[in-house]
Design a protein around this ligand. Structure first.
Ligand code: NAP
Length: 500
């Protein structure tokens, strides 16, 4: 440990040579670096390599060279490798989580530690599930033939991830990707690469213990518009796993051509509160959905649609819940919500609130950055009522700690509002009627829907991703469902009659 910064000791592994290419920890070829700052204190935590296409070429070449030997390793061996990765992450969870809080801003105890434990869980699930994958065997017209199918890895996989969950989102691709036999180049987000570099140390150590070819797993840092852009269109990359904004995902798909892609994109999750709902539970869940990770979650509650007759009572309960959240330093145990991660997110939140205010909505609590804090990124829990369908808060993803309340008068209208933004990642409905659960489940255009809990509810092994035809992407993250997406089916027909 060397530098003390933002209330934490920076591990030595983060002070130089933090890119992993062909088994070596290296700097960018150009020697250029960029700073990673704490959103909570504004201090520089570390500098990381600012890579260019030449660095990406080296990482892709290493992954390509390593692939045939890695793919040839027995599936039980690859399973053991990712299970070992899980062990190493668990052993170092506290160190990784402290760095995660420092660079991302989320509370250490309630959010960062659980996130890192979920990284280990994702690796564990991949190790357990990969040895239980099943494939179809078909009856053939030709009586002398048998047809089997096998799951094959694609080859070289690029993984590009955002800053809101800097370790757990990468792990959702890395665990299944490696367990299935792909080799990999990962590019973390530029405001939060440090915790992922520590996870990469665990991955590399596990790979070394199994005496694998160098280059199975590579990590490069650098600007998305430079490194990410070059990586996704590289001719030797076979599959791209991307989590981020819809607009970035669209441009990646345009450049990735016929490569396999998994696109986990933006959301605009509504929580629908029916008049027959448990309003206390609905208010607590809505506050959680809006303020967990300061609203910087793809499945955050971006809008709360409340049936007219329970609007006033619900609003009272929601305000009481919002006042329980404590904005503060991520390392203060009393803090339940940290600062926003970056300036563009704060600006977008302000723009959406200004648009709603100008069109007649009323901010009941919060609504602007807090002064007197170490940085300008402390945005309090905000409740805004009188939100209408033409406002940006309803139509676009805000990604800040905002609870916009929209009234509706019929179930049909609630569905119309929920579906109209075109996003369809995760939605939630509070109702006491089982009949309504299925009615809504059939009509909401979304990949995931939760009844009587927050839009922010998920478990690591369930299939998670955008609904068909929505702006939230395609492919599924979650346990064995990701294993399906990072492999393709190879069909093998055997004529046993003609065998000697
Ligand atoms: P972003 O701006 O799209 O960036 C995501 C990643 O892509 C970063 O590593 C970024 O690098 C890189 N990138 C930027 N431009 C690129 C380009 N032209 N080519 C290739 N890569 C490029 O998204 P974000 O602001 O980090 O993340 C927030 C978004 O992620 C929200 O929309 C949220 O809903 C979505 N999200 C979705 C899910 C899901 O499961 N569906 C989960 C979490 C988050 P730099 O950091 O260097 O710019």
């Amino acid at each position: 440990m060397t530098t003390a910064s933002a209330g934490i000791a920076i591990p030595d592994e983060l002070t130089s040579k933090t890119n992993l290419i062909a088994g070596d920890w290296v700097d960018a070829r150009s020697g250029e670096r960029f700073e990673v700052r704490s959103p909570a204190t504004g201090e520089v935590l570390a500098e990381v390599p600012s890579c260019a296409p030449a660095d990406v070429d080296a990482a892709v070449a290493a992954a390509k060279a390593a692939w045939p030997a890695f793919k040839a390793r027995h599936v039980y061996e690859r399973s053991a490798i990712v299970l070992r990765m899980a062990e190493l992450v668990r052993e170092r969870a506290k160190t990784i989580a402290r760095v995660l809080s420092a660079e991302q801003g989320k509370p250490y105890e309630t959010e960062s530690l659980p996130e890192v434990m979920e990284v280990a869980l994702n690796f564990q699930l991949a190790g357990e599930d990969v040895v239980r994958m099943e494939t179809p065997v078909l009856a053939m017209r030709d009586p002398n033939k048998r047809v089997l199918t096998f799951r094959e890895p694609y080859g070289v996989m690029a993984v590009i991830t955002p800053w809101n969950f800097p370790t757990v989102i990468p792990s959702e691709y890395i665990g299944p990707g490696l367990a299935a036999g792909n080799t990999m180049i990962m590019k973390p987000a530029s405001t939060t690469p440090l915790s992922m570099i520590l996870v990469a140390r665990c991955i590399e150590e596990a790979l070394e213990e199994f005496d694998l070819p160098e280059g199975v797993f590579n990590l490069v840092t650098g600007r998305g518009s430079v490194v990410g852009d070059y990586l996704v269109s590289h001719p030797d990359v076979d599959i791209v796993g991307f989590t981020g904004e819809t607009v970035t995902g669209e441009s990646i798909c345009a450049r990735a051509g016929i490569k396999q892609t998994l696109m986990e994109l933006g959301g605009n999750g509504p929580q629908i509160v029916c008049s027959d709902a448990n309003l206390e539970a609905a208010a607590a869940a809505a506050a959680y959905g809006c303020f967990f990770n300061a609203g910087q979650v793809c499945c955050a509650t971006e809008r709360i649609l409340v049936e007219d007759e329970v609007h006033d009572r619900f609003l009272e309960l929601l305000l009481a819940e919002a006042r329980k959240w404590r904005l503060g330093d991520p390392f203060d145990p009393a803090t339940t919500m940290g600062p926003l991660n970056n300036e563009p997110t704060a600006v977008k939140t302000e723009e959406h609130l200004a648009d709603a205010k100008a069109k007649g909505a009323e901010i009941l609590t919060g609504g602007k950055r807090e002064s007197g804090r170490p940085t300008d990124l402390y945005f309090p829990p905000t409740v805004i009522d009188g939100v209408r369908r033409d406002m940006l808060l309803n139509l676009e993803e805000t990604f800040g700690p905002v609870a916009p309340v929209i009234r509706y008068t019929s179930n049909e209208e609630a569905v119309e509002i929920a579906n109209e933004s075109g996003y369809g990642l995760q939605m939630s409905v509070f109702t006491s009627s089982i009949k309504k659960c299925f009615w809504f489940a059939d009509r909401l255009r979304t990949g995931n829907v939760v009844f009587n809990d927050s839009t922010d509810y998920w478990e690591a092994h369930e299939p998670f991703g955008g609904g068909g035809g929505t702006k939230s992407g395609h492919g599924r993250l979650g346990g064995r469902f990701t294993l399906d997406d990072v492999t393709h089916l190879k069909t093998v027909a055997i004529d046993f009659e003609k065998a000697l």
